[in-house]
Design a protein around this ligand. Structure first.
Ligand code: SF4
Length: 764
C-alpha cells in the first residue's frame, strides 16, 4: 500500500554522520529503490511502472539524459531513475482541498522536500491578485488570464518563457514557435545554468555544441577521463558503461575535489558477481582543487608537446587551426604556478601523462564541475586542445563527452529553445510558417532574473522546472519573481516556485512521461500520442506513457502550448495549432522540414531504437567552425584565488536529490543521514579555521559587489575534500551565489567556486 505524504516538515537539525562509502549501487541500491517506489506507488504499480522505464516500447526516464544501451535489461533503470519515476507515478495527490488548507504564505515556509512529497497536481489553480490561497480555475479561464497579461504588455519582450529539460521535443518545438510568433526570443532554459559553457566552447572549437561520443565509443576507449562529474549519483547507469569499458581494457582517471564512491567501485545489481564484489573503476584519482581543471589540462598539453612523437602531426596538419599559437602558449606555461593551481603533485601529473601517452583512444567526460566557474569556457576549450593534440576526435573510442543532467535538455536546445537562435534556424522557421521571427537575442536565465528584478519583464511562464530554487542568489531571484504581474508554472508536482509568485499566479498541471496521452484526432476519435526525446549522445527515441493520468483535468504539454497560442495569438496566427494538438506526428513533420538531421522524422522514430543525429566532427572529421577546422585556442590559465581564512565552496547534489527535487534527507554514499544543512570541510582546513566536526556555522559568501550573502546553520562535517575546498548542497546554498558571478561567454552561474567564510552560528 502506498504511504501518505508527510504532514509535517521533517526536523533536520541533527544530521547523523558516518564514514563515506567506497562503492556505489549493489544490494543497498535495490533496497532503497524498492522502499521508495513502494512508498509512492504501492507494490503492483511499482512493478508495472519500473519494468517500462527506458524500454523500447516504454517511456523515457524523466531523470538524467544517459542513453539506452542496444540490449535493454528487464530493469533498465538506476536507483535515482526509479526515484524520479516513483515521484511522478506516485498515488499521492495535491487537490484543490490541499490548496484550501494551505495558504501560499504557508507553502512558502515549507521545505522543497515536503512540497515535493505531497504528490501530483490534479487541477489548474489560480492565485488572484491580493489573494492568499490558490483556487481552482478552468483551463479556458486560465488561458484568458495569461492572454490578458500578455496583451497588456508594452512589448512581447516583457514576457519570459522558461524551459526545464524534462520538456519533450514536440512540446519544446511548439513552445519556441509560440514565443517567436508572439515576437520574442526570451527563451531562457535550464541548460543556461548547467552545460551552456560546454555548448559555447564546443561550438567554437569543433563547430557542434554537443558531445561527439556514442555509448559504443566508451566500450572502445582505452582511456576515459571523468572530470568534474559524480556519475554514481547524477548519471548512475554510466557506471555500467565504465565497468564494461574497464572489462575491455580501458583505464579511468577521475578528476574531482571529492572522492566519490561511484568512481571508486561499482556493484552492478544486474549481475551476482557485480552485486557482491563489484568492479573497481578509477585507476588514478586526481583530487583537483576546485577550478583547477584548466591548469591540469594545460600541464598535460605542455608535457605532450614536449614529448617526442606524442602529437598526432597528421591530424593537426589536416584538421586543425591555431596550433602554433596554442603550442607557444602551452609551452610557456609557468610549471610551478600552474601546478599550484591544480592542487596536485608533480607525481600525479606524471602518472596521468603516462596513461595519456599509453592511450590511442581517449575520451573526456565532464559535468558541472567544469561548467559552473568564471573560466569554464576556457577550461573546456583546453580539454578540446588536449584531445586535438593526439587526434582524439572523430574516431571510434575517442572524443568529447559532456554528460547532460536532464532527460531532454539537449533535445530542447535542438528544437530551438535558445535565447540566441542561429539565423539559419529563424530563416527555416520563417520559410516553413510564413511569419517573421524576432532576430534580436533574448534573455538567458541570469538576464531574465535581472529583467524581472528591474521591472523589464512582467510575465514569467515556465514549462516545468523549479526556477526559483534552481537559480542563483535566492533572495534576489525571489524578490524579482514577486515583482512580476503574472507567474505561470506548467508542473506535475508542487515545488517552491509555486509559493514565490507574481501579483497573480497560475499552476497548470500536466501529464507526466509515465502517463497515457490521448488526443482527440481529426476524425473525432481519441488517439494515443507519443513524444520524443534526445539523450546526451544525440540519440532520438520515442517515449510512450502507459499509466492512467493522475487526474482527468490534466493536459499534455503540447496541448497546453497549442491552446495557449490559439487564445493569445487568435486569428492572426499562421500556425495550425489545432492540427498540432490533435496529432503530434504533424508536429514532427514540420520539425523534419525545419531542423537538420530530422528528415523523415516520423518514419525513423518509429524504429524501436530510434535514430542517432548526425555529428560532423564524429562522423566525418568535418568541423563546421568559423575556420572550417577544429580550433586550438590559446588562453591564459585562470583559477579561483582564495583569501586567507576562506574556503572555496562548490554547491552540489546529495544522493537523494535530482536537480532541485529532494527525494530524501540522506546522502548515503557520503555517510550523511537525515539532514541537508551540512558543509563538508577538509579536517586540516577545519583545524586551521578552528571549526570542530559537529560545530554549526553560517556560510557567508564574499564577492566583489561587497554584499554579504549568508546561509545560516550548517553542521560542519570533516570530510576528505581537497585542501581549501568545501562542499554543500543546493538549493540551500544557492543564496550564496551572486547573480552576477557567472562564467565568461556562457553566463552560466559560477555555482562551483564560491568564496566563503565560516562564522560560528548564533544557534550553536
Ligand atoms: S541513469 Fe539517468 S536516465 Fe538512466 S535510469 Fe538513471 S536517472 Fe534515469
Amino acid at each position: 500500500m502506498a504511504s501518505k505524504p508527510p504532514k509535517a516538515d521533517p526536523v533536520q537539525d541533527a544530521p547523523q554522520v558516518a564514514e563515506p562509502k567506497h562503492a556505489a549501487a549493489g544490494i543497498p541500491a535495490i533496497g532503497h529503490t524498492l522502499r521508495i517506489a513502494q512508498q509512492q506507488m504501492g507494490v503492483k504499480r511499482t512493478a508495472l511502472t519500473l519494468l517500462r522505464v527506458n524500454q523500447k516500447d516504454g517511456f523515457d526516464c524523466p531523470g538524467c539524459a544517459w542513453p539506452e544501451p542496444e540490449h535493454r535489461h528487464a530493469a533498465e533503470f538506476c536507483e535515482n531513475g526509479a526515484k524520479a519515476v516513483a515521484e511522478e507515478a506516485t498515488l499521492r495527490r495535491v487537490t484543490p482541498e490541499f490548496f484550501a488548507a494551505h495558504p501560499v504564505a504557508d507553502l512558502a515556509t515549507r521545505s522543497g522536500y515536503w512540497l515535493g512529497q505531497q504528490g501530483r497536481l490534479t487541477h489548474p489553480m489560480y492565485l488572484p491578485e491580493g489573494g492568499t490561497h490558490y483556487e481552482p480555475v478552468t483551463w479556458e479561464r486560465a488561458f484568458d488570464i495569461v492572454a490578458e497579461e500578455i496583451t497588456a504588455l508594452a512589448s512581447p519582450d516583457e514576457a519570459l518563457f522558461y524551459t526545464s529539460g524534462r520538456t519533450s521535443n514536440e512540446a519544446a518545438f511548439l513552445y519556441q514557435l509560440f514565443a517567436r510568433e508572439l515576437g520574442t526570443n526570451n527563451l531562457p532554459d535550464c541548460s543556461n545554468m548547467c552545460h551552456e559553457s560546454s555548448g559555447s566552447a564546443l561550438s567554437e572549437t569543433i563547430g557542434v555544441g554537443k558531445g561527439s561520443v556514442l555509448l559504443e565509443d566508451l566500450y572502445k576507449a582505452d582511456l576515459i577521463v571523468v572530470a568534474g562529474q559524480n556519475p554514481g549519483t547524477n548519471h548512475p547507469r554510466m557506471l555500467s558503461a565504465l565497468e564494461k569499458a574497464k572489462a575491455n581494457g580501458a583505464k579511468i582517471i577521475s578528476v574531482n575535489p571529492l572522492p566519490e564512491a561511484g568512481l571508486e567501485r561499482f556493484k552492478n545489481p544486474q549481475t551476482p558477481q557485480g552485486m557482491l564484489k563489484g568492479a573497481a573503476l578509477t585507476d588514478l584519482f586526481l583530487q583537483i582543487r576546485i577550478g583547477g581543471d584548466q591548469a591540469l589540462f594545460r600541464l598535460l598539453n605542455k608535457l605532450i608537446l614536449e614529448t617526442e612523437g606524442a602529437v598526432d602531426e597528421e591530424f593537426v596538419r589536416e584538421h586543425t587551426h591555431g596550433y602554433e599559437e596554442f603550442a607557444a602558449e602551452a609551452r610557456a606555461a609557468d610549471w610551478a604556478e600552474t601546478l599550484t593551481a591544480t592542487g596536485l603533485s608533480q607525481q600525479d601529473i606524471e602518472q596521468a601523462l603516462g596513461m595519456v601517452l599509453a592511450s590511442k583512444r581517449t575520451i573526456v567526460c565532464w559535468a558541472m564541475g567544469l561548467t559552473q566557474h568564471k573560466h569554464s569556457v576556457p577550461t573546456i576549450r583546453e580539454v578540446v586542445n588536449f584531445l586535438l593534440l593526439r587526434g582524439n576526435i572523430g574516431r571510434p573510442g575517442a572524443g568529447v563527452c559532456p554528460v547532460r543532467g536532464h532527460s531532454n535538455v539537449q533535445g530542447d536546445r535542438t528544437m530551438g529553445i535558445f535565447e540566441r537562435p542561429a539565423p539559419a534556424f529563424l530563416d527555416a522557421l520563417e520559410k516553413e510558417f510564413g511569419f517573421a521571427p524576432p532576430r534580436e537575442h533574448g534573455y538567458d536565465v541570469v538576464r531574465a532574473i535581472r529583467a524581472l528584478r528591474d521591472g523589464d519583464a512582467k510575465v514569467f511562464f515556465a514549462m516545468g522546472g523549479n526556477f526559483v530554487s534552481a537559480s542563483p542568489d535566492t533572495e534576489v531571484t525571489e524578490a524579482a519573481m514577486r515583482r512580476a504581474r503574472l507567474t505561470v508554472h506548467v508542473s506535475t508536482k508542487l515545488n517552491r516556485s509555486h509559493a514565490i509568485t507574481g501579483a497573480r499566479a497560475l499552476i497548470l498541471p500536466t501529464l507526466g512521461r509515465t502517463e497515457r496521452d490521448l488526443q482527440v484526432g481529426p476524425n473525432g476519435k481519441s488517439t494515443e500520442q507519443f513524444v520524443t526525446v534526445e539523450d546526451s549522445m544525440g540519440m532520438v527515441h520515442a517515449s510512450r506513457g502507459r499509466l492512467e493520468p493522475a487526474s482527468t483535468h490534466l493536459l499534455s504539454e503540447p496541448a497546453i502550448v497549442c491552446r495557449l497560442a490559439r487564445r493569445v495569438l487568435g486569428e492572426t496566427s499562421k500556425v495550425p495549432w489545432e492540427e498540432f494538438e490533435k496529432d503530434y506526428a504533424t508536429v514532427r513533420d514540420r520539425i523534419a522540414r525545419v531542423i537538420p538531421g530530422f528528415e523523415s522524422f516520423n518514419a525513423r522514430v518509429a524504429r524501436p531504437e530510434g535514430f542517432t543525429l548526425p555529428h560532423a566532427p564524429r562522423d566525418e572529421r568535418r568541423f563546421p567552425t568559423a575556420t572550417g577546422k577544429a580550433n586550438f585556442t590559446a588562453a591564459p590559465v585562470e583559477y579561483p584565488k582564495l583569501p586567507e581564512g576562506r574556503l572555496l565552496l562548490q554547491t552540489l547534489r546529495s544522493h537523494d536529490q535530482y536537480n532541485t527535487t529532494i527525494y530524501g534527507l540522506d546522502d548515503r554514499y557520503r555517510g550523511i543521514k537525515n539532514g541537508r544543512r551540512v558543509v563538508l570541510v577538509n579536517p586540516e582546513d577545519a583545524r586551521t579555521l578552528g571549526v570542530t566536526d559537529g560545530t554549526y556555522v553560517d556560510l557567508v559568501s564574499e564577492w566583489k559587489d561587497g554584499i554579504e550573502r549568508r546561509a545560516p546553520g550548517f553542521r560542519v562535517v570533516h570530510y576528505p575534500t581537497a585542501r581549501g575546498c568545501a562542499a554543500a548542497y543546493y538549493p540551500e546554498t544557492n543564496v550564496l551565489v551572486p547573480l552576477d558571478a557567472t562564467a565568461d561567454t556562457s553566463n552560466t552561474p559560477a555555482s562551483k567556486s564560491v568564496v566563503v567564510r565560516l562564522e560560528q552560528s548564533a544557534t550553536d
